[in-house]
Write a protein that binds this ligand. Sequence first.
Ligand code: UDP
Ligand code: MG
Length: 323
Amino acid sequence: MLTRPSLSPSISCVIPAYNEARILGTLLRESLATLKQLSSQVELIIVDDGSRDDTTQVMHALCNTYPELVYLKLSRNFGKEPALTAGIEAAKGDVVVLMDGDGQHPVSLVTDMLAKWREGADVVYAVRKTRHDQSGLQIKLTGWFYKLVNMGNRVKIPANAGDFRLMDRKVVEALKRLPERNRFMKGLYAWVGFNSTAIDYEPLPRADGKSNFGLIGSLSLAFTGILAFSIAPLRALTVTGFMLSILALGYGVWVVGEYFITGIAVPGYATIVVGMMFFSGIQLLSIGILAEYVGRIYEEVKQRPNYLVSQRLGQGLPLQQPP
Ligand code: UDP
Ligand code: MG
């Protein structure tokens, strides 16, 4: 593995923020202090994902105080994945750190991440040791999700790894080449590959407010993840259809045979009704699953941008000259 023992990279730190105005001041001050100890060239990119609180005013004031800040205001709430994409596309550093804007990701961990990067890792992702902030049901569902999405897949998405990570420039460039609209970032990180190393961390409690992802939000993201990273549901349909056909054929042969042997025409009202309900259920389910894929194809072909920026403050790092 190529190591980078003596390099002092410029660092971009991307923070998506949705209604986090109350803690941004403290968070940015602390993050900047830590990052500046690690490198002389630092930029902190705050992506305001259409916040409805006074994030804009707070950020204007902060940008006047700290020249390292870049403020990107999206034109509305696009969601965390598009916000991260906006930040990644704006980042100019040799390494890019992604961090939540709610204080749950300890910035002190970036020191360890950078050490791993120096040892040669291209991606260093933080794996949460515990899930104290989640209910038992959520933990169970998360476990099932990773089992399902990784089933028979060449690309394995590491369980319990979130967006908190450090990436080398070449990984960022690779991510920027993935143009899809339904962005399940955890899948995209895994898809691009490169040398990846995990480090454990203990997520801190949210500094203020509450999580934006309840059960429904998490389920919807999980759905995107499964549909965008696996065609297993489609394959399951094919297999189910095939097996049911064989079963139906066998049953038909048996019914005809029974008539000729015993001479009894089966008074099978119940069988017909149950059979009909079962098969229409399967058919509707199949159409539904197909429709999910078609709907996503529809979203892709529209080719709409993933996000729109309505305001930008701060210069950030100077543009790198290609070597
Ligand atoms: N976030 C965002 N857009 C959204 C929802 C969330 O940019 O529509 C940001 C939020 O400000 C935070 C991060 O994504 O910095 C993680 O959100 P949250 O803490 O609600 O999720 P959790 O930590 O519970 O997964
Ligand atoms: Mg959080």
